[in-house]
Design a protein. Structure first.
Length: 441
């Protein structure tokens, strides 16, 4: 055995032991008493010899995994060297047995490569261990994080927590919204179903009503012309009456709606003047439902108390404002009753001036759009003036005005109602057998 040194000399290859012996003792294959062995038999024999030799030498020199790395290397080299020697001596076959040196040499070279591979693995493990040790030393020597960095990290953590809370709240609100939408959809479906049921009920009731009316109508049909005309006249009587809202002053306090035409249903509303209508009563007036037409018997009280031009201008503006408001906020017809005449003095001139300016405004208004179908006037000034001219100091003709020459008398009220009736007939396109009074379009 070699002495224990840190750098032992490498073992001599087993091929060196084979050169002299094999050259002198190699039998010839021509000898019939010694036939050659097969390659498989030779490999099995070599493996058995290697395994037994290595195990024996390791048991003699100790395990290669204990002690320091240098000691393990020494013991392993000693064991391999001893194994080579035994293998070389064992492979020196006697003269009676043939040998194949090429196979044995190949096996030895394989064993050398295995030893070199084992050495490379050991060196790799050593480098890994050194790297780990160096990393541990660097980690220990690394200075701790500065307080500012730690503060920033804490602030980032707090911001992340706030963001998480915000996301959770958003998710909760989304869940609530989804639940609300689901409830709304359910309510909408219920409303649709209820509406459908209601429509079906209405249709069924209408169909039942039509079926019940068919035999009644058939029973009224007569072959005679006289009965047919009676049926038509009865149908005309049963037509729906037009709902009229009469906005008036004190001149129509004694007007009785029930004695008016059967084609209209009159509702009285005392507004007093255009100024009061615009500033006090307009919201109440336009909120009334199912109005087919408005009749305006106003205007005198807007200009008779003051004689200045400013008061006249204000009266005209208030009248225009009320008429335009009624046209804009509804689809009803508007029939403007112009004031009755006031004979004598300044008031008569102011009445004529007011009537002229208001008539000009209405005429211009009717030229825009389809307002010619909705806006109408009744000229009481002309008809009452003719009645006043017929009066003689000794005649018994009735006076349409009272003694104050401002309010209408009983005869004047009838005349005023007749003018209003003709104005409504013209507004709604209803034909009248009587001759209508002169009126502005």
């Amino acid at each position: 055995e070699d002495s224990d040194t840190c750098s032992p000399t490498p073992p001599t290859s087993p091929a060196s032991y084979l050169t002299s012996s094999t050259s002198s003792s190699k039998p010839t294959y021509d000898d019939p008493d010694f036939p050659p062995l097969s390659l498989e038999v030779m490999c099995e024999a070599i493996d058995l010899i290697k395994e037994k030799s290595v195990k024996n030498e390791l048991s003699r020199y100790g395990s290669p995994t204990t002690g320091s790395l240098a000691d393990c290397r020494k013991r392993l080299k000693k064991a391999v060297k001893k194994g080579f020697q035994k293998l070389a001596s064992a492979l020196l076959l006697p003269k009676s047995q043939p040998a194949e040196p090429e196979c044995i040499t190949h096996a030895i070279e394989t064993l050398d490569r295995s030893i070199l591979d084992l050495q490379a693995r050991i060196s790799t493990q050593q480098s890994v261990l050194q790297t780990l040790a160096l990393y541990n030393d660097n980690q220990k020597a690394k200075p701790p994080a500065s307080p500012s960095v730690s503060k920033e990290l804490n602030s980032v953590d707090r911001r992340l927590e706030k963001i998480e809370d915000l996301l959770n709240s958003i998710k909760e609100s989304q869940d609530e919204s989804a639940a609300m939408f689901t409830k709304i959809n359910a309510d909408a479906k219920q409303i649709r179903s209820d509406t459908t049921e209601t429509k079906e009920r209405i249709r069924s009731s209408q169909s039942a009503k039509k079926n019940s009316q068919k035999p009644a109508r058939a029973s009224h049909v007569q072959p005679h012309r006289q009965n047919t005309e009676r049926g038509r006249s009865s149908e005309q009587r049963t037509k729906r009456k037009k709902n009229i809202l009469l906005l008036h002053d004190s001149q129509l306090n004694d007007f009785k709606p029930e004695s008016f035409s059967q084609a209209f249903s009159i509702e009285k509303f005392k507004a007093g003047s255009y100024s009061d209508l615009a500033n006090k009563h307009m919201r109440e007036v336009i909120s009334k439902p199912s109005i087919d037409g408005y009749v305006l018997q106003l205007g005198v009280n807007d200009y008779r108390y003051h004689t200045t031009d400013e008061s006249m201008e204000k009266a005209i503006e208030d009248s225009k404002t009320c008429i335009n408001k009624l046209l804009e906020t509804s689809s009803a017809k508007v029939c403007v009753m112009l004031p009755t005449p006031t004979p004598g003095g300044i008031l008569s001139d102011r009445t004529e001036k007011y009537v002229k300016q208001l008539t000009d405004h209405i005429t211009l208004k009717r030229q825009s759009g389809d307002l010619w179908k909705r806006l109408f006037t009744v000229n009481n000034l002309a008809s009452f003036s003719q009645a006043l001219k017929k009066l003689q100091p000794s005649s018994d003709a009735p006076n349409p005005l009272k003694s104050d020459m401002l309010h209408v008398s009983e005869y004047g009220l009838k005349k005023l109602c007749l003018n209003m009736k003709f104005g409504l007939y013209r507004s709604f396109g209803i034909k009248s057998p009587r001759k209508q009074v002169p009126a502005e379009p």
